[in-house]
Design a protein around this ligand. Structure first.
Ligand code: ARG
Length: 402
């Protein structure tokens, strides 16, 4: 929106990513007032565990002409979380990308819903300082380039929660009086994130009362649990021998790992927009799945393929983080990663105890591990005498160190 230009009439009908919370309720009304347009509310269920009953009524009471809820939990897990597990995607060595992975699936359906409901624009409630605006808008650009994009946080003059409260009051917007948490939260089936507010001081420890998906390690059971996770070509398919669909498997893994306090991290990360930001995350199931996946890979991946894939993993994580899910370079990286997973089939056994995890076993019907060769007791086709020449030739080029 150019400064001074009138918003009125510039769009006809806007599809707004809507949660029913204060911010997006205010945005809904603000769009109607400022753009003189119709608003379709769109709500994506990615497992945030918020009450969705009554959401359409609430949206309509705030002025929406329609409200569409999409259950994306299965697709999110199958097509975004599990590819990230197969690629061992971890940002800056620590963050398991829970929020970043949900944004593209939300954007994809946002574009679909906008088209299906005859909208000529999309709007979201992400602020101008974060990664989420970039992720949403790169998704819109790739999938629905004809749609205009409205980011009210970058346009309006409401700058604080009291401003939003006052706006809601003035326009009779129904706000449920929830106690505002002293930080910003984003939850889905893979994780919950906390940032901002009291957490902005990177030295300040997170309050124990903040955590949602994990028991405190101190309060976790005094006896460890063991869990066996089965993978088929890199994808987790069963827990303790029970086959489960993607979302059900991730949910079960979250319960098991969360009960043992596994999957908390606290880091300062580099946002794509150039800021450093402190984040605290709980990713219980994802943490265990990644460890188990690596354990199965250790038996089933060729050494050089593993090392090539390992070079791609940080790049893959960076593309996810920066919002380039729908990009040519992502297609290329993902194709290579998927190709690496063809033989990654087998089980890993993980022990969970007081916030920690250990791999205690791995097995595979297509294992490349040769017990007969590795054994200290048997020869099995590996002639130890060959090692003499191998080392000799490796050492030929090494200059003498004085
Ligand atoms: N810093 C994390 C990321 O960029 C989490 C963002 C959480 N988003 C939020 N709106 N609270 O992926």
């Amino acid at each position: 929106m150019a400064p001074g230009a009138s918003r009125k009439g510039s769009v006809r009908r806007v599809c707004l990513a809507y949660s029913g919370g204060l911010d997006t309720s205010v945005i809904l009304r603000w769009l109607i007032e400022e753009y003189d347009c119709e608003v379709v509310a769109y709500c994506a269920d990615v497992g945030q565990e918020e009450e969705l009953d009554g959401l359409p009524d609430k949206a309509k009471a705030t002025g929406a002409v329609d409200c569409v809820i999409r259950d994306l939990r299965e697709e999110f897990t199958r097509d975004f979380v599990f590819p990230a597990i197969r690629g061992n995607a971890i940002y800056e060595g620590t963050y398991l990308l829970g929020t970043a992975l949900a944004r593209p699936v939300i954007a994809k359906h946002h574009v679909e819903v906008a088209r299906e409901t005859g909208c000529d624009a999309v709007a979201h409630g992400a602020t101008g300082k974060g990664n989420d605006q970039v992720r949403f808008e790169l998704g819109y650009r790739a999938l629905g380039p004809e749609l205009a994009v409205i980011a009210p946080w970058r346009e309006w003059d409401l700058t604080s929660r009291p401003d939003c409260m006052a706006y809601a009051q003035k326009h009779g917007i129904p706000v449920t009086a929830t106690v505002k948490k002293p930080y910003s939260i984003d939850r889905n089936l893979l994780h919950i994130s906390f940032e901002g507010g009291v957490l902005e001081d990177p030295w300040r420890a997170p309050d124990e009362s903040m955590f949602v998906m994990t028991t405190s390690p101190e309060d976790a059971p005094d006896t460890p649990s063991e869990v066996v996770i089965s993978f088929d070509r890199g994808t987790p398919v069963a827990i303790d021998g029970e086959s489960l669909g993607p979302a059900a498997l991730l949910r079960r893994m979250n319960q098991i790992a969360g009960a043992h306090g596994v999957g908390r991290v606290d880091l300062v990360e580099n946002r794509f927009v150039g800021l450093k930001s402190r984040g605290v995350y709980e990713t219980p199931g994802g943490t265990v799945l990644l460890a188990a996946h690596r354990a199965v890979e250790s038996l089933t991946l060729d050494r050089e393929v593993m090392h090539e894939r390992d070079r791609l993993s940080p790049r893959f994580a960076e593309l996810v983080y920066n919002g380039f899910w729908f990009s040519p370079e992502m297609d290329f990286v993902r194709a290579a990663i998927e190709r690496s997973q063809e033989n990654v089939t087998g089980d890993a056994r993980i022990r969970l105890y007081k916030g920690g995890l250990q791999v205690t076993g791995r097995r595979s019907p297509v294992s490349l591990y040769r017990e007969d060769m590795a054994s200290f007791d048997q020869a099995g086709g590996y002639d130890q005498a060959d090692a003499t020449g191998f080392i000799h030739l490796q050492g030929l080029r090494l200059p003498e160190r004085k």
